[in-house]
Design a protein around this ligand. Structure first.
Ligand code: NIG
Length: 392
């Protein structure tokens, strides 16, 4: 079944050759994009949808979420807004609730949050374990996550659980826990921060994960300057996430590496941290991604549009830079931006992940912050938002 989407006022492709097109069209065939070009040259398809001058872009790629959780931290959020600092220890509250939840309850949370994200234009979602912190609970989290997310990351090294010696826990993560979870995940991550894991402990986890063939990611430089970025770059991690507090040497190291700096501005706002220096990263030549960091503690939003608007209004990115970071950048952070079925791009052969805005240009994402602008969404060729009759 093929679909011709025509009448595209502004088409963002993220493809170096295709660039941004006006008066454009694209054809989806099954779960792939089959054709992209000027509307006047579009081939026929089984179905035709005229989007009447609206802007079209690749679906958001949310490369950093924590959706396997139970419980609520409204009180902690309230305390923060009253002046309390964010501390890694709050994670333990969610760990207790997650361990006590049934599989069905955890799956319901996963399903609801993925659906909430898709309804806002997100078409590719990474999510993490990390609220289990026992072999059995991390394995359960990984298995459940794999049913609902496109990519799953093992974050057994999220926090040292209550009652554990840190080095004993790291040994468990590097041995029995990784052995159990590795077959179910593509990535491993570590929270390298004061109050979580230090540089040596983080390195041990990342090396053990690499030995099992997993790709690497790091939570680093969230609450202060630290070794996270340096470690991520040294070990060839695909991304280092947060990057709120960077030294000049961190920026240089990222610019000279293949490690994506994933910025999580909704988290910085929700924890009342400083905002990252996105301009310094881009101007130095680093690759950045924007992600929601949806989780019940530090960033309880699934809105990539909010992250894009914040990046433009407060991080001083151009709209084009912010949109690219939330689509192509996220895909690059997951090493999914090239080849057959690439995401974060619209070109022949890429996954048919299409986001139609109820606006003539992507500029409206920042010009009209907070306004729900998602008009239609195709995810892997399936129309998941905008079920009105074809042709409208
Ligand atoms: O990315 N920094 C560590 N992990 C999450 C927070 C999780 C929580 O507070 O529950 C983050 O912000």
């Amino acid at each position: 079944m093929s679909v011709l989407i025509t009448g595209v006022g502004e088409l963002t492709t993220n493809d170096d050759e295709l660039g941004q097109l006006s008066d454009a069209a694209l054809v989806l065939d099954g779960d792939r994009v089959a054709w992209v070009g000027p509307a006047a040259q579009a081939p026929d398809a089984d179905e035709r949808v005229d989007v009447a001058g609206r802007a079209v872009l690749p679906g958001w790629v949310d490369s950093h979420t924590h959706l396997v959780f139970a419980g609520d931290r409204t009180e902690e959020f309230g305390a923060r807004m009253a002046g309390q600092p964010y501390q890694a220890g709050g994670i333990a509250v969610t760990v207790n609730a997650t361990r006590a939840a049934t599989d069905a309850e955890l799956e319901d949370v996963l399903r609801r949050h993925v659906a909430e994200a898709v309804a806002q234009g997100t078409t590719y979602v990474e999510t993490k374990t990390g609220y289990g912190l026992t072999v059995a609970d991390e394995l359960r989290s990984a298995r459940l996550a794999a049913r609902h997310a496109d990519e799953v990351t093992f974050l057994g090294a999220h926090l040292v659980p209550q009652g554990w010696d840190a080095d004993d826990y790291v040994a468990l993560v590097c041995g029995e826990m990784l052995d159990a979870v590795a077959p179910h995940v593509g990535w491993a991550d570590v929270f390298c921060e004061t109050g979580a894991f230090d540089a040596d402990q983080s390195r041990a986890v990342l090396v053990a994960a690499k030995e099992r063939g997993l790709g690497l990611r790091v939570h680093g430089n969230q609450l202060g300057e630290g070794p996270g970025v340096r470690l991520a770059v040294e070990l060839g991690a695909a991304s280092v996430d947060h990057c709120t507090y960077l030294s000049g040497a961190d920026v240089e190291a990222l610019a000279g590496s293949d490690t994506v700096a994933t910025l999580l501005p909704a988290c910085d706002l929700s924890t009342r941290q400083s905002l990252p220096d996105a301009r310094a990263l881009l101007d130095a030549g680093a690759t950045i991604a924007l992600a929601s960091n949806c989780n019940p503690g530090s960033s309880y939003t699934s809105s990539m549009a909010f992250c894009v608007a914040t990046a433009v209004l407060q991080l001083r990115l151009s709209v084009a830079e912010a949109v690219r970071a939330a689509t192509w950048g996220g895909a690059r952070a997951l090493r999914r931006e090239t080849g057959d079925g690439a995401v974060g791009v619209l070109r022949p052969g890429s996954r048919a992940d299409v986001h139609v805005l109820n606006a003539p240009s992507v500029t409206h994402l920042a010009y009209r912050p907070g306004v729900p602008l998602t008009h239609a969404v195709w995810r892997a060729g399936r129309r998941v938002v905008g079920g009105w009759p074809a042709g409208s």
